[in-house]
Design a protein around this ligand. Structure first.
Ligand SMILES: [Zn+2]
Length: 299
C-alpha cells in the first residue's frame, strides 16, 4: 500500500531530476556552468554542455539554455542565487539540442539566434525533443522546442547598455556564434571549441572549422569559455582543436586515396594525445562513419 501511495505521488508531482548545477566564476560579472564530459544519458539528464551568463547593470544575458526545460528551470534558480537581476536576454549559439532545448523556460524574453539557427530549430525542434527523450528518458518529458524570436547579426550587440561583439562563423555547424566580451576579455566560442573532449562533428565541415579556429587565435582574450569542457586561459586549447581536426581531415583524405573502408580506417592507430580526450572512442567512430562518404565523393 505504501508503495502504491508513493508511486501515485510521484506521478502527480512529476519527475524531478536534481542537476546540482554549480556556477563557476569567469570574471567579476560572468559565470559559466560546466556540463559533464559525457554522452547524453538518463543519469546525467542531458547536462553535457556549457551555459554561461553575464550580469549587466539591470539584467542578465544567458548564453545557451541546455538540453531540457528541467535543466533550464534549475539554471534559472541557480542564477538567482548569484543575482536578483532578471534574465532579459538569451543567446543561442547554434542549433544543436544540448544548447537550445531549455529555451521554453525563457519564452517571455528576447531569444537571439542567427537566421540559420532560427530556421533549423523551427523545422527540426520537435524531432530533437523526441530524440532527447529516447536518450535521457524522463528528464526530457517536459521539454518543448522554442525557436529564437530575435535575429542575431554580426557586429556590436547592445543589450541594456552592455556591449558585446558578435561574430558569425561556421565549421562545427553552418552557423556558429562567437561572442567577445571586451569588458572582461572573455571569448565565448560555442562548440567551435571542446576542451579535452573529443569534437562532435554531425554537421561539421572540417576544413571550414580549421579556418575559423585560425581566426579565433587572433582574439586578445583572457578567458575562453568553450561549448564543452573547462574554461581555458591560453590559445593552446585552440591549437589542440586544430590539431585534432587536421588529423581527422588527413585521415579521411588519405583513406580515400588508399581505398580503405570504414572498418579499416577505424583499425588504424591514433596518436595518444587524442585518445585521452573524453568520449574519444565514440566521437572518433561517429566522425569517421558520418564524414567518410562525403570525402569519398569529394576526393
Ligand atoms: Zn554543437
Amino acid at each position: 500500500m505504501k508503495k502504491l501511495i508513493s508511486l501515485t505521488t510521484l506521478t502527480v508531482c512529476g519527475f524531478a531530476f536534481e542537476f546540482d548545477l554549480k556556477p563557476i566564476k569567469v570574471s567579476e560579472n560572468s559565470y559559466y556552468f560546466e556540463g559533464k564530459k559525457e554522452y547524453f544519458s538518463p543519469s546525467n539528464g542531458g547536462d553535457i554542455s556549457n551555459s554561461a551568463f553575464i550580469i549587466t547593470k539591470d539584467s542578465v544575458i544567458l548564453i545557451d539554455t541546455g538540453s531540457t526545460v528541467e535543466y533550464a528551470k534549475q539554471l534559472k534558480e541557480k542564477i538567482k542565487t548569484i543575482t536578483n537581476k532578471p534574465i532579459k536576454y538569451v543567446i543561442n549559439t547554434h542549433h544543436h539540442p544540448d544548447h537550445f532545448l531549455g529555451n521554453y523556460v525563457f519564452k517571455n524574453v528576447n531569444i537571439y539566434g542567427t537566421t540559420y539557427t532560427l530556421n533549423e530549430i523551427k523545422s527540426h525542434g520537435e524531432l530533437y525533443v523526441s530524440n532527447m527523450a529516447n536518450l535521457i528518458e524522463d528528464t526530457a518529458y517536459t521539454t518543448k522546442s522554442l525557436s529564437p524570436n530575435k535575429v542575431l547579426k554580426e557586429g556590436t550587440l547592445k543589450l541594456n547598455n552592455y556591449e558585446l561583439e558578435v561574430y558569425l562563423y561556421d565549421g562545427h555547424t553552418k552557423s556558429d556564434v562567437v561572442i567577445f566580451d571586451k569588458n572582461t576579455k572573455t571569448l565565448y566560442t560555442s562548440d567551435l571549441i571542446f576542451n579535452q573532449r573529443a569534437l562532435a562533428t554531425p554537421h561539421a565541415d572540417l576544413q571550414k572549422w580549421i579556418k575559423t579556429l585560425e581566426k579565433l587565435k587572433k582574439f586578445d582574450f583572457k578567458t575562453l569559455v568553450p561549448g564543452h569542457g573547462a574554461v581555458a586561459y591560453s590559445k593552446n586549447v585552440i591549437d589542440e582543436n586544430i590539431n585534432y581536426l587536421t588529423f581527422l581531415d588527413n585521415r579521411l583524405k588519405n583513406s580515400v586515396e588508399e581505398g580503405l573502408d570504414t572498418f579499416e580506417i577505424l583499425s588504424l592507430d591514433v596518436p595518444n594525445e587524442f585518445k585521452n580526450y573524453s568520449l574519444f572512442t565514440q566521437e572518433y567512430e561517429r566522425s569517421i562513419i558520418n564524414l567518410y562518404p562525403s570525402y569519398e565523393k569529394k576526393f
